[in-house]
Ligand binder design. Structure first.
Ligand code: AMP
Ligand code: MN
Length: 328
């Protein structure tokens, strides 16, 4: 069994006591959220628990081939038979319950499964492990705790979760523990080659056009320690791109020599700017995001600001500059 914090056994025990569980994750699902939910659905089934996986937003097309992805119900409202026909909500990778995007989830007991440091433990049972490289690794440990052999499909789903959240095993959370779990998943049938092809090998042309537009706005601040890129409404329109096409763009300026933090401003909706923040080492962008009403991890965080691009840029860059100064 892979060691780690949080009580996987208690999570299994709570899940197994349910009859029919609603599984959900955060809005705009990513690989960790979706992969973890799908693997959990398999685990629940093996424990004799019926499940419905419900997400507020569709997953990016890069995740369309995850085993079971087609069975996820996507929509702005909960199923008509909620809460009457359910007896548990499993919230996956939601640093707050509200991040799932649905009202009324708290009408049922919550099993909270997450690895975000700021998770306020809103569940009846909280399986929260801030040292976990990904929520998918935590779900993997639930299989072990339940003594249920994961199928190749579950191994694939948790491998997607783990490899996307660790940036293909390159970020600070790519610990020995992450590699051990990955090795177990590959032993159980996950194919790193197939997963890499899904995640990186099927880019829409619009996304590559959008990347070009974003990189053309690159400017360096704070003596080259902060990289700023942005996409206004018009850039989305011209590229024929949608919000999901912004995935991965933020990682390009990260590679610039000397850059400690990246600010990526996205305005696909007028009057609202989505901000993605990335940093290296001790530069804590989560605190910046939290001050602006968002959240995330120390080296990867985000927030949503009501305003125009120029004023948001000024606001965010000033705050990130302070974070960079504080770390140097
Ligand atoms: P992103 O830049 O969208 O990939 O998000 C990076 C990290 O920041 C993820 O862990 C998100 O959960 C978190 N995050 C992004 N946007 C928000 C937001 N508006 N509120 C809280 N957390 C956010
Ligand atoms: Mn995650």
């Amino acid at each position: 069994m892979t060691p780690g914090g949080g009580d996987a056994g208690a999570a299994v025990e709570r899940l197994a006591r349910a009859t029919r569980a609603l599984i959900t994750g955060h809005q705009r699902p990513d690989g960790d959220s979706l992969g973890s939910q799908l693997a959990l659905a398999e685990l629940a089934g093996a424990l004799g628990v019926a499940t419905v996986v419900v997400n507020h937003d569709p997953a990016p097309s890069t995740l369309a081939d995850l085993p079971g992805a087609a069975l996820v119900a996507v929509g702005a409202s909960l199923p008509a038979d909620f809460p009457d026909r359910f007896d548990l909500v499993v919230a996956v990778e939601c640093p707050e319950l509200e991040r799932a995007g649905f009202d009324g989830l708290d009408r049922l007991p919550i099993l909270n499964i997450d690895h975000h440091p700021a998770n306020p433990l809103y569940g009846e049972v909280n399986y929260v492990d801030v040292d976990a490289p990904a929520t998918g690794e935590m779900v993997w440990r639930m299989f072990r705790a339940a003594a249920i052999e994961p199928s190749a499909a579950a191994a694939t789903n948790t491998f997607v979760a783990l490899s996307t959240d660790t940036g293909d095993f390159r970020y600070g959370n790519a610990t020995a523990r992450a590699f051990r779990a990955a090795a177990e998943m590959v032993d159980a049938g996950a194919s790193p080659t197939a997963v890499a092809q899904w995640i990186h090998g099927r880019r829409r042309a619009a996304a590559v056009h959008l990347l070009g537009a974003a990189l053309s706005t690159l400017r360096l601040e704070a003596d080259g320690r902060i990289a700023v890129i942005e996409l206004d409404h018009e850039s989305f329109r011209r590229a024929g791109a949608s919000p999901e096409d912004t995935e991965d763009i933020v990682n390009h300026p990260r590679a610039i020599d000397g850059v400690r933090a990246v600010v990526f401003l996205k305005q696909w909706e007028r009057g609202v700017v989505r901000v993605s923040l990335r940093s290296t080492g001790a530069v804590d962008v989560r605190r910046v995001a939290e001050r602006l009403g968002g959240g995330g991890h120390a080296n990867a965080a985000g927030c949503t600001v009501q305003g125009d691009l120029a004023s948001t840029r000024e606001l965010v860059v000033t705050a990130v500059r302070e974070a960079v100064e504080a770390a140097s």
